[in-house]
Design a protein around this ligand. Structure first.
Ligand code: PLP
Length: 289
């Protein structure tokens, strides 16, 4: 069951008018929230990021955080699976085609849920391949905009060569993946690019840095040059749906020794432990600190 503009319905029954500005202009934002054991993970952080995205496109938030929480709990209850990922999508509504914002038009609000599965075990054992490409997106990548055409084209470059992800480089520095954040390991230090308007502030990125800090793993948040990416001992990918994954080949060259490294093994174990306890164990909102 999905939610569309005030109603719950099967997805096959959900339609939007062709003049929806999401369809016409890609004029909207979205959010993806994992739910473990039917509890939305770090709901407050996700709703804060949604507010930041809405502010970025000057669209009023249609709901209070309490109303969002209530809707999400209903969607979770109406869908199968203990672990789900919730997709929230808000557009500037339906109006005659004109770039300027329409006056007094209600936004379109859509929520769906899909099963959340852990990444395939083979990929965690062997590691995944990635390629690099120039980050040619706009310079508000901190806004989770539904207009994802550059991300779609960049990610397809990876798919075309059977790689998992495209790692993006802007002006000689690592930004993120086409649909994920990236970490680099050099001399046993975990390196993370600093949050800025050039990347999406990942919630999983935060979790990984918190786990590193809590477990005395040396880490630094700083600009990472393309050369450092290319000579990394390890490269790690994070996202809500992919958790943490090892990248063991980059542009057809092995990363480090070409196998998942010690930093991946440690952080993956810590992430699984955290998932089993905090992510599943607490009431929805207490999980966010
Ligand atoms: N960067 C981009 C461009 C993304 O699309 C995503 C999520 O899919 C991420 C980073 C990771 O964010 P999160 O950890 O909140 O899923």
């Amino acid at each position: 069951m999905i939610y569309l503009n005030g109603k719950f319905m099967p997805i096959e029954e959900a339609y939007i008018p062709v003049l929806d500005r999401g369809f016409i202009f890609g004029d909207g934002v979205y959010e993806v929230i994992p739910a473990y054991s039917r509890k939305p993970f770090r709901l407050t952080n996700h709703l804060d990021r949604l507010q930041h995205s809405l502010d970025g496109i000057r669209l009023k938030n249609p709901f209070s955080n309490e109303a969002w929480q209530n809707l999400l709990e209903q969607i979770i209850a109406k869908n199968a699976g203990e672990d789900q990922y919730l997709y929230l999508h808000i557009t500037r509504g339906v109006a005659k085609r004109d770039h300027a914002f329409p006056a007094n038009v209600p936004p379109t609000v859509f929520i769906m849920s899909n099963p959340l599965l852990p990444p395939p075990a083979e990929l965690l054992i062997s590691g995944a391949a990635a390629i690099t490409a120039m980050d040619n997106r706009w310079i508000r990548c901190d806004v989770k905009a539904i207009s994802l055409l550059p991300n779609v084209l960049l990610r397809q470059l990876a798919v075309d060569v059977q790689a998992l992800e495209t790692i993006l480089i802007r002006d000689g520095f690592l930004t993120e993946g086409a649909a994920s954040n990236m970490f680099v390991v050099k001399n046993k230090v975990l390196l993370a690019p600093p949050k800025s308007h050039l990347m999406l502030p990942g919630i999983t990125y935060d979790v990984v840095l918190e786990l590193a800090a809590a477990n005395q793993i040396p880490h630094e948040i700083r600009e990472i040059s393309e050369a450092e990416v290319r000579t990394a001992d390890e490269i790690l990918l994070t996202s809500s749906t992919k958790e943490i994954m090892p990248i063991t080949s980059l542009d057809n060259n092995p990363v480090g020794n070409g196998k998942p490294g010690a930093m991946f093994t440690q952080l993956h174990a810590l992430y699984q432990q955290y998932k089993a306890t905090d992510m599943r164990g607490r009431p929805s909102d207490a999980a966010s600190r």
